[in-house]
Structure formats: structure tokens, C-alpha cells
Design a protein around this ligand. Structure first.
Ligand code: SME
Length: 167
């Protein structure tokens, strides 16, 4: 396993994601423990981009429960009818929020968070297993590039942990 993240200095966001993806793939490929992989992905995303908060909320008994994350203290549980995380899990689709003040129901775990992207992981049965939540202290800090590449990261997790269905 690689011990050090390598991202070219001055890389664009897209280029940085392109460099990050194979490194994430390599780190999680030989590890079967989901929590270990979520922890390393959160760390790698934060290290690569310096995002304010990066983490996972896992679906547990119809509620989102805080999982591995990097950043300040966060809300522990999120109901599905609350926040950007709840909305993304309910819609089973990513949500990009350029300005959290304009998203009705946004949960301010930190008043410093100004924009946000949430990408759900929907398994082969169509069930949401978790969401990946990335927050910035800057308004309009994210674009479709982030949605696309965070989706690719979620896909790597899906392949590693959620492709098999019970039979
Ligand atoms: N802002 C999120 C809650 C999670 S924290 O930002 C870490 C939301 O509205 O769902």
C-alpha cells in the first residue's frame, strides 16, 4: 500500500482527482474492511484538496449515522427528511449546494461551512448504504467536476464492498 499521497503541485481540480483516483483504488483494493477504507478515503480527499470537512454518513435503521470523517466535530445522526445528506439519500442522487444558506433544511454542523456536495452510494439492490459529504468554508467552492469525481470514488467503494447481492 502507498504510504504517501502524490498530487502534482498546481494541478487543476480535475487533474488532481485524476491523480487521486488510482491512489484511492490502490489503497482500498486489498482491504476488505469498509470502515478502514472509508477512513483512508476521507483522509486522502482532505489531504488532496484541503476541504473543510470530508466524511461519510452510513444508513442505519432508516437514519444516517456519522462514519469516518476528517474535519471538525460533526452531527452524529441525520434523519432522512433533514439536511442535504438526507435529501441526497432520499433522492438517491448527488446534490451540489453552492450556498448552504439557500438550501432549505441545510444542517449547519459548523457555521463555517458555506457550500457542500453530497453523493449517495446506492447498492446493487437500489438501497442507499451511505453518503459521502464534502463541505467547504467557501461559497461556490464545488462544481460538476466534484460531483463527477466524488461519484467515481463512491463507485470504487461500491465495487469493493457492495456489488454482491444476497441469493
Ligand atoms: N450539512 C449537512 C450535515 C452534515 S455536516 O455538514 C458534516 C447536511 O445538511 O446534511
Amino acid at each position: 500500500m502507498a504510504e504517501e499521497l502524490i498530487i502534482s503541485r498546481g494541478a487543476s481540480r480535475k487533474q488532481a482527482y485524476e491523480e487521486l483516483l488510482p491512489q484511492i483504488q490502490s489503497v482500498i483494493a486489498d482491504e476488505s474492511d469498509l470502515i478502514a477504507n472509508l477512513a483512508n478515503i476521507a483522509a486522502m480527499l482532505r489531504e488532496a484538496f484541503g476541504f473543510f470537512w470530508v466524511g461519510f454518513y452510513r444508513m442505519k435503521e432508516s437514519e444516517l449515522v456519522l462514519g469516518p470523517f476528517q474535519g471538525p466535530l460533526a452531527c452524529t445522526r441525520i434523519a432522512l427528511d433533514r439536511g442535504v445528506c438526507g435529501a441526497a439519500a432520499t433522492r438517491k442522487a448527488p446534490i451540489l449546494v453552492p450556498d448552504v444558506d439557500l438550501f432549505p433544511g441545510h444542517i449547519a454542523c459548523s457555521s463555517l461551512s458555506r457550500s457542500e456536495v453530497v453523493v449517495p452510494l446506492v447498492d446493487a439492490n437500489g438501497d442507499v448504504q451511505m453518503v459521502l459529504d464534502v463541505d467547504s468554508e467557501f461559497v461556490s467552492h464545488f462544481s460538476d467536476t466534484d460531483v463527477t469525481y466524488l461519484g467515481k470514488i463512491v463507485d470504487l467503494l461500491k465495487i469493493q464492498h457492495f456489488t454482491l447481492t444476497a441469493n
